[in-house]
Design a protein around this ligand. Sequence first.
Ligand code: TEU
Ligand code: CA
Length: 563
Amino acid sequence: MSQTTRVIRPSSWWKEVVVYQVYPRSFNDSNGDGIGDLNGITAKLDYLKRLGIDVVWLSPHFDSPNADNGYDIRDYRQVMAEFGTMADFDRMLEAMKARGIELIIDLVVNHTSDEHAWFAASRRSRDNPHRDYYIWRDGKPDGTPPNNYPSFFGGSAWKLDPITGQFYLHYFDAKQPDLNWENSQVRSDVFDLMRFWLDKGVAGFRMDVIPLISKQPSLADLTPDQLAHPEFVYANGPHVHEYLQRMHREVLAPYHAMSVGEAFGVTLEQAPLFTDPRRGELNMIFHFDIVRLDRENWRKTDWTLPALKAAYTRIDEAAGLRGWTTSYLCNHDNPRAVSHFGDDSPAWRERSAKALATLMLTQRATPFLYQGDELGMTNYPFQSVQDYDDVEIRGQWRQLVETGLVPAAEYLGHVCQTSRDNARTPMQWSQEVNAGFTTGQPWLAVNPNYLEINAAAQLEDPDSVFHHYRRLIALRRQKPALVHGAYLDIDPKHEQIFAYTRSLADERYLVIVNFGARPLGYALPGSLRIERAVLDNTSGDTATAGATQLRSAPWQATIYKLD
Ligand code: TEU
Ligand code: CA
């Protein structure tokens, strides 16, 4: 099977695809236990085909005790029992292939679960053959942890293990011990498990916090400045590029596999080190500069359109002429796109969701669409801390609120806008009970707005957000300029209009997005002249041939062909 897979995929196939992220727990429950599963995904492949996507990115589907919803893996070669069996996986993959859909899976190898067999052995004794699979250190003489590293989920990044009296490192939850990539046995075990899935026919990997795999040899204390953003220290270990180059050479390249790294802690200046194809590391990375534009950790801050536009330009420049990048506005770690960057009030929710779709699907980058965004799903109306499931919220609550550092009302006022659980509520399929997600009790509450926002209704309505996404995806497929064309922001300072061109040879498109509920007139800068509107999200109030001046309705987003 892997032989044929190798021949079929052309070398840069991943530039021309649109990816759809499935968070399996919340996608579709086929057996009424309240948890989405693989058979549930298989049952919805015709829906995805209708939308027109090419690749599914599946968030972790491996055996896990679910301290962090599968980002804590107990066995890399087993399917999580709640999600089904390996036979279900094989059937799902076959059904995808039959529809021309490729599958990429989540590679979570900065850490494992503390219930992984490697860790069970490692913690047993100081001279266990697996001891060196993880990072163990003595505490300070006073019994405190080896250094002041914080965990992203609250508290110290070190946990004392009573069995051997040493501390182990965990950047995330204590149930997610960090692997020791300096150990060549760890690297070859990881490479083997990657080949296991590639041989089944998966087309590549999304790599979880991959820049964090190489640790700082000194493990020196962080300075107060560094403590505010430890990821910039954690992501700059001395061997990360060496490890990624080996992985590319030894595992990915022979399969023409697709690779996208979650570039947590990577600055835009450093991006080419990961994605310049001459270096042979990753095809592309997820930058945090857009989704975290208005964030200071869990705090929500303000954002402006010029700042958003500057981030787009810098990301495009960081990819450079040779490199490539991603376009995304949401994933399972972020609030909903329409609530975040659009306007989720009843008046503008649909129009602004379509505007964001237009922005996302007309970048010189591979678009990654998150489940439910194609319906304009919104944030959840959280009231109290009990409404959240996320390990990140529970850890921060203990560290910040229960200690009295931050008042509860202040914390809740921010995280209702920034929490990851906003994007994790179940998919809204229909008006049926629980939005058609499950016949049982859903693991996380369904957003009460499912009667208005659901897939069944939108499939019937040609003007829906769903059909706008479908048209955009189809258009992107037809117009190489929208995939490969040069990106140029033609008016970086305008406070409400986002206007950019995409040019390839003599084919030139202009995208104009009104980021607000105020209508306004707009004079095209320079000598640009409209040829015709190609795709629009209003009832068709677009500029006509020869126009140099146009009107922009609230949240209007139009793709024009230029003369
Ligand atoms: O995310 C790591 C990450 O960069 C953050 O978004 C993180 O979730 C947190 O918000 C930092 O404060 C990846 C996964 O996408 C996430 O779901 C996992 O929880 C995490 O790694 C650990 O595997
Ligand atoms: Ca289920």
